[in-house]
Structures are given as C-alpha cells and as structure tokens.
Design a protein around this ligand. Structure first.
Ligand code: MFK
Ligand code: FAD
Length: 496
C-alpha cells in the first residue's frame, strides 16, 4: 500500500478552545466559571466521543412506522443514538435549565453548553431550542395554571420527567407570513378548545407538548386574529389519537432530526392568553430560538474551521505542510477572522439576554438586544454556509466524501438561514426593531457597546446604515418599498 493520509483530529472543544475560554474568563466571575466548568468539560468529552463514533458508523435517519402488524395506527418514530441520549445528556449537564437560573450570567452559561453540545447532538438542539422558547413564552404569558403544569417538566434536570416542546407555526400557505394560518380552534360542548388543521413542518414531533398558532372559529382573517395555544401530545405512553403524523420530511440536511407533517383532528388545546395577538405572544419564543440558531450556526463553523486547521498541519503539498503554504494559511486566517466576528456578536447577544432578563442591563440595552438578535441570527446563518463550504475545500477531494463526516457540515449549515425566519424576514424584523425604538437612544446604545473596538470607517458605515433606515422609516409608502428592498443591505452592514 502507498501513502496513507492522517485524518483530521478533533481537539477537546472546551479545553483546547482559547476563544471560548477567553470569552468566558472575560464575561464571568471566576466563581461562576468554576461552577460550570465540570459541565463544559463533560460536554466537550461527549462531543469528542460523538465525532469518533460518527466517523466509524453509517449515519441513520429516524424511521416512522405508521401501522403495526395488526393494523393499528401507531405513528412510532425510531430515533438515532444521539437522540436517545439527548434527554440524559442535556438534563444531567443543565444545557437548557441553566439558562433559567436566577442570575444575570444564566443565559451565557447555558449557551456555552449549547455551543459545545450542538454538533454532537445531531440537531437534538432544535427541539431543545423550541423547549427553551416555550418555557420563556409561558413565563411571559403569566398563565399560572400552564406555568405550574409545564414549566417544571421543561426545566427539569431529570430525564425521566423532562418534556420537549414543539413550535407549531408553519403551514402550507405560509411560514414567513403566518397570518395565513388555516388551523382552526373550536370549543366543544364542554367548553374545551380543540385544534383542527395541518402543520407543515413540525420538528419536535416526538415532544410531549407544543405551542401552536390557530384561528379561533369565527375570528377574522389576518395575523392579529390568531391565538396561541398550548397542547399536550401524549396520553401516557401513547401519542394522542387526535395528532396524526402524515410523514417525515426527506431533507437536504439535518437528517437525524425527525421533521414531520402532521394533522390535528380535534387535539385538546388551552389558550396561553387572550384569544388574539398570538404572534405577539409567541415572539418571546422566536427571540430565544433565534439566539439558539446563532449559537448553533457558530458552533458548526467552529467545528468546520477546527478540522480544517488541524488538517492543514497533517497534509502536505508541493513539499510543505498546507499550514506552511502562505496562501492556504491566509485562507484559514480569513476564515478565522470572520468566524471570530460571528462568535463575538453571538455571545454578546447571549450575554445581553441574561442581563436584560435579570434587570441588570444598562438603559437602552433591551433595545440593543431586540436589534442584535435578528442580526446575529441572519448573519451567522449566512456565514455558516460560506464558511463550511470553504472548510470543505480545505480538504480537497476528501471534503466531498461522505464517510469523512465533512459533507454533512455543509448540508446541515443550509438550514440556519431558512428556519426561524429567513434572511429577508429577519432583515425586515431588524427594521421593525429600529422603528420600534427611539433611534437616538439605540445609537447611544450601539456606541456604548462598540466603544473603541471599531475603527472610524466601520463607525461611519454603521451611521450611514442607521441614517438610511431612520430617513426611510419616516418617509411615505413609496419610500417604504425602497427601504424594504434595501433591508438586507442595512442588516448585513449593521451585523458586520
Ligand atoms: C439548532 C438550532 C436551533 C434553532 C431551532 C430552530 C427550530 C426551527 C423551527 C421553526 O422554524 S419554527 C417557525 C419559525 N417561524 C418564524 O420564525 C416565522 C417567521 N416570520 C416572522 O417572523 C414574521 O415577521 C412574523 C410571523 C412575526 C410576522 O407576523 P405579523 O403578525 O404579520 O407581524 P407583526 O404585525 O409585525 O407583529 C405582530 C406583533 O408581534 C407585533 O407586536 P404588537 O402587536 O404589539 O404591535 C410585533 O412587534 C411583535 N413581534 C414580531 N416579531 C417580534 C415581535 N416582538 C418581539 N420580537 C420579535 N422578533
Ligand atoms: P416562504 O415564507 O414561502 O418564503 C419563501 C421566500 O420568500 C424566502 O426566501 C423568504 O425570505 C421570502 N420572503 C417571504 N416574505 C418576504 C418578504 N416580506 N420580503 C422579502 N422576502 C420575503 N416551522 C415550524 O413552525 N415548526 C417547526 O418545527 C419547523 N421545523 C423546520 C425544520 C426544517 C428542517 C425546515 C427547513 C423548516 C422548518 N420549519 C418549521 C419551517 C420554517 O420555519 C419555514 O420554512 C420558514 O419560516 C420559511 O417559511 P416558508 O417555507 O413558508 O417560506
């Protein structure tokens, strides 16, 4: 046998990640860091084990069995190994629950765990994000009965009592424009609300509960008439018969994640709050899942870049290691610079979120958080595809070969810019965030945040983008169209 190439090795994602460790040292008091470090170490160990396991096994997709041998409808879903481990790993290391502790660093500490766990989780982080979002929306609703019933399960640190939650928004006529929702909520003779309709993408179909949008019967058209409902999906060990799984989607990536098309045929439901303004009620959930999305996109980039850097020390061409080829080293350095920017923005959002939730943020920082959340989501979503694609190229042909485990990184990255609001929808959302605030106050908050960390040219670009947004927001309808057409450019300038 001739030459055999060393495969890339995954260093310990916590112990050997100077960027993450430096950020945590800067942001957390030393006492907090020592409290969470055992979880970070353990999640790093899990990530390494999962990478080794994935490299020597054929990846599996979940399998839906709709009927048993005797003709009963069963809708049973067989999950991959990482998914079966998901409830145990995440409750043991408080991947979700830590974010709801009563101190200002809670969110940052939880998102550091998410960052380490995500790639190994095979997108178990997707329903986990929705569960975190549901917990946050439930708290915001003030609905004591539902909070008492569901929150202890959602925040449980014990796999046997833990519940996953779905987020049922998208239907066939609209995922961005949920105002087209066709699902109807109808009260039966006993006064119990029941949902009738079809949800077109349901990624947590194995979960125990969901928050879903539906139109109360007789309510008007459009988004304002929608209500937000809480549902439970299980009757003991069996899925409720009013929830029918039509099929699992055949997707470009996120193969291990069971994303289903479902029918609701009278599923019992409880309104979270008023029987209208459901989008406003679900918004706290959206902002949480969008933050998870940014963290997970950043984690995918970290993995791709890490492997590419390692490979550059093992592969030789033209008599030198790739890392010693000036152009290859420059390529990696450019990737690293872009990645570190995305990392900084993402973890700033995580940090701000905790401080805003616990009332320790400075004035105007809530407005800054409202703006930075869609910006971080849209920017990292786009960057993840670009960076994972570049990283695959760093492996040459090997990057294109399935059992290296590399192509999956690129396939999976494509989802970050689509779900939880596409790039355009979030660009428009960032305009909404600008319009909703006193722009002067927001400018002060941005200035305070960036302080001396950017140069005059970057500061001028930010001011120009804010000026364009401000002028157009105050202008008439025709200029409003021009503003919308420019929204992506404004959002990307600000994110950069
Ligand atoms: C591994 C990674 C983990 C991530 C997990 C990913 C799981 C993926 C699962 C999914 O994809 S779930 C489906 C996600 N769907 C979306 O994100 C929907 C995308 N579409 C939008 O975001 C639209 O802009 C929107 C549905 C919000 C438009 O609805 P409307 O009703 O036409 O919007 P409108 O009138 O602007 O907003 C209604 C209210 O909500 C307003 O408040 P008021 O009633 O008080 O005026 C808005 O201010 C408020 N609102 C909207 N977005 C908000 C918000 N408030 C705070 N934050 C926001 N982001
Ligand atoms: P559309 O809304 O039809 O968008 C099509 C295009 O039009 C996009 O490029 C969009 O940017 C653009 N567009 C739309 N409106 C505007 C505008 N005003 N201005 C400019 N451009 C615009 N949904 C759930 O509810 N629950 C889930 O669990 C879930 N899981 C998912 C899992 C996966 C793997 C995927 C891929 C999707 C999932 N979704 C889920 C659905 C996802 O949230 C939607 O696909 C997404 O919000 C986009 O909606 P749509 O598919 O209807 O596209």
């Amino acid at each position: 046998m001739g030459f055999l190439q060393d495969p890339p090795q995954l260093a310990h994602p916590y112990r050997e990640d100077p960027l993450l460790r430096a950020m945590l040292r800067r942001a957390l008091p030393p006492a907090r860091l020592s409290v969470i470090e055992p979880d970070l170490e353990a999640l790093g160990d899990y990530a390494r084990m999962a990478w080794a396991r994935a490299c020597c096994s054929t990846r599996r997709k979940p399998v839906l069995t709709q009927w048993d041998a005797w003709g009963h409808r069963v809708d049973r879903i067989e999950l991959t190994q990482a998914w079966q481990e998901g409830p145990h790993v995440t409750t043991k290391h408080a991947v979700l629950a830590a974010g709801h502790e009563a101190h200002e660093h809670a969110r940052l500490e939880a998102f550091a765990r998410v960052y380490l766990y995500h790639v190994a989780s095979e997108f178990y982080t997707c329903p986990l994000a929705m569960t975190d979002g549901a917990a946050t929306a439930l708290k915001a609703s003030g609905n004591t009965a539902l909070i008492e019933r569901a929150l202890p399960h959602l925040l449980s640190r014990d796999a046997s009592t833990f519940w996953l939650s779905g987020q049922w928004m998208t239907e066939t006529p609209g995922g961005s424009d949920v105002g087209n929702t066709e699902t109807i909520a109808r009260q039966d003779a006993s006064g119990q609300w029941r949902l009738y309709g079809r949800k077109w993408f349901s990624s947590a179909v194995v979960g125990e509960m969901a928050l879903g949008l539906a139109r109360p019967e007789g309510a008007g058209t459009g988004p304002g008439a929608l209500a937000l409902f809480y549902v439970e999906t299980m009757d003991g060990e069996r899925r409720k018969p009013e929830l029918i799984i039509d099929r699992l989607k055949d997707k470009l990536g996120t193969h291990e994640l069971p994303t289903a098309e479902i029918h609701l045929d009278g599923l019992p439901a409880w309104p979270l709050g008023e029987l209208s303004n459901g989008v406003r009620q679900v918004a706290p959930m959206l902002n949480i899942t969008r933050t998870w999305n940014a963290v997970c996109a950043t984690a995918s980039m970290a993995r791709a870049l890490h492997l590419a850097r390692d490979y550059a020390t093992r592969r030789e061409a033209f008599g030198k290691r790739l890392i010693d080829q000036p152009l290859h080293a420059q390529t990696l350095a450019d990737m690293q610079a872009g990645f570190e920017g995305a990392f900084a923005l993402t973890f700033e959002v995580a940090h701000l979120l905790g401080r805003v939730e616990h009332g320790t943020a400075r004035p105007h920082e809530a407005a800054l958080l409202r703006l930075l959340t869609p910006l971080a989501k849209l920017w990292t979503g786009k960057m993840a595809v670009k960076l994972c694609s570049e990283a695959l190229e760093c492996f040459g042909g090997a990057g294109y070969i399935e059992d290296t485990g590399l192509p999956q990184l690129l396939r999976d990255a494509q989802v970050y810019s689509i779900w939880e609001g596409t790039t355009n929808v979030l660009s428009l959302d960032s305009l909404r965030a600008l319009a909703g605030e006193n722009i002067g106050a927001l400018r002060t908050a941005i200035e305070g945040w960036l302080a001396d960390s950017i140069d005059a040219q970057a500061r001028q670009a930010i001011h120009q983008a804010l000026d364009a947004a401000t002028a157009s927001l105050q202008a008439k309808a025709i200029q409003r169209d021009a503003l919308e057409a420019a929204a992506r450019g404004i959002a990307i300038t600000l994110a950069r």
